[in-house]
Design a protein around this ligand. Structure first.
Ligand code: ATP
Ligand code: MG
Length: 225
């Protein structure tokens, strides 16, 4: 469904390739939902990720099916096909504007993103306008401590200053805030899951069992992928 019912007022948006979704994504989303008192988390798989042109990606229908079974295990988690339905590259600014238009005006959107992705933000389409649509929650990653967020802020969001009271970067007015969020690293990536599957090795507890079953039933990530 493009925009499911029952999202509530404080909505987390978690975009990615999700090829496949894994327990790192799910654990991170759960921690952010709790820490920010969110009503829901909407996972939005990119149909054509602008930043991942170097390998073939599983069909969007398969990535959505894996997400659907994963989110059914977590209260308040949903999947949106909003990017799947849009032709061409999936740009977050288009997605956020589309969501803003269709969600009630009193909804607050928190755009959840790993710091490994946020350090590339200046290469995103109209990145400056993203903060007109949503707050950002930037999650620390193994390889990126939160101190590197300061560097990105000074370089690309020089109008923002850190507020101890708000525990976020803010520039006042109507624009969104950028909240640093420390997450104890969850050592799993889609790349690692795919690598292990290709080597016929066990992926242990890296993905929910329904996702692993879907992968095996549909022979995803075998030779040639
Ligand atoms: P790939 O290995 O193919 O790059 P990925 O595991 O990084 O895949 P993506 O779909 O690229 O997954 O990531 C979507 C979002 O999830 C990004 O913002 C990324 O920072 C975040 N993310 C990915 N893995 C983790 C993890 N283990 N813990 C917290 N956040 C994660
Ligand atoms: Mg990645």
């Amino acid at each position: 469904m493009e925009i499911p019912n029952g999202l509530g007022k404080r909505i987390g948006i978690f975009g990615g390739t999700f090829d496949p979704v894994h327990n790192g994504h799910l654990g991170a989303a759960k921690a952010v939902k709790q820490a920010f008192g969110l009503d829901s988390i909407l996972f939005i798989p990119a149909s054509v990720p602008p930043h991942k042109k170097d390998r073939s990606i599983s069909p969007i229908q398969d990535r959505i099916a894996m997400l659907e079974c994963a989110v059914s295990l977590y209260p308040g988690f949903f999947v949106s096909s909003i990017e799947a339905r849009r032709p061409g590259p999936s740009y977050s600014i288009d997605t956020l504007k589309g969501l803003r238009k269709r969600l009630a005006a009193q909804c607050t959107i928190f755009f959840i993103i790993g710091l490994d992705a946020f350090v590339e933000i200046a290469s995103w389409k109209q990145y400056n306008l993203l903060l007109d649509e949503a707050h950002f929650v930037v999650i620390s990653r193994e390889e990126y401590g939160l101190e590197s967020l300061g560097d990105v802020m000074r370089q690309h969001f020089s109008c923002y200053a850190y507020s101890d009271d708000e525990r976020s970067w803010t520039m006042g007015g109507e624009r969104g805030m950028i909240y640093p969020f420390f997450l104890e690293p969850i050592h799993v990536s889609s790349t690692e899951v795919r690598r292990l599957l290709l080597a016929n090795a066990s992926i242990g507890e890296m993905v929910p069992s329904c996702v692993e079953e879907y992968i095996r039933d549909n022979r995803l990530f075998g030779d040639g992928h």
